[in-house]
Write a protein that binds this ligand. Structure first.
Ligand SMILES: [Fe+2]
Length: 163
């Protein structure tokens, strides 16, 4: 047992997020490649850049804490991303796949939102206001990415229905 205090739980959650973001940077290029809608492709590509910034933010947090970001695999994100890969395997290029990719990507965003929301609250509780502010920045980006996907889905889903 390695997690016995809120400080340890906080670091554990941050390591989990770090692992999740690393996995996402590997998955997003595949999603972008598989998408047909230019808008969706661009959304995946711009979220990849954003994700690299989020990783840098987490590295900054680990530096503040004097801890290593490594040593954990986010099993939850692994599963969520596997579902994204499955969607690519189960569909052909086109609108129906795009609708499925949006659904898969929104699962990723919601998983991240849950993780960042908890970590931000832990940071606040532990008096780490600088870290809480950094986590809040990422949380806002994840929420915006989710909203953007909802926006794109409006057109994509209608097109998919006609396919
Ligand atoms: Fe992220």
């Amino acid at each position: 047992m390695s997690v016995g205090t809120m400080d340890e739980l906080f670091v554990d959650e941050l390591k989990d997020l770090y692992s999740a973001e690393k996995q996402i940077t590997k998955a997003l290029p595949k999603l972008a490649k598989g998408a047909t809608s230019e808008e969706l492709k661009m959304a995946f590509q711009s979220h990849l850049e954003e994700t690299n910034g989020q990783i840098a933010r987490l590295e900054q947090i680990f530096e503040i804490l004097g801890k290593s970001p490594k040593g954990k695999t986010c099993v939850g994100m692994k599963g969520v991303l596997e579902e994204g890969s499955e969607m690519l395997e189960d569909t052909e290029k086109g609108e129906v796949r795009d609708a499925g990719l949006i659904s898969a990507a929104q699962r990723v965003e919601h998983y991240e939102m849950a993780g960042y929301g908890s970590a931000r609250d832990f940071a606040k509780l532990l008096g780490q206001s600088e870290i809480a502010a950094l986590l809040d920045e990422t949380l806002a980006e994840e929420k915006a990415a989710d909203k953007k996907l909802t926006g794109i889905s409006k057109q994509v889903n209608v097109a998919a229905k006609q396919a």
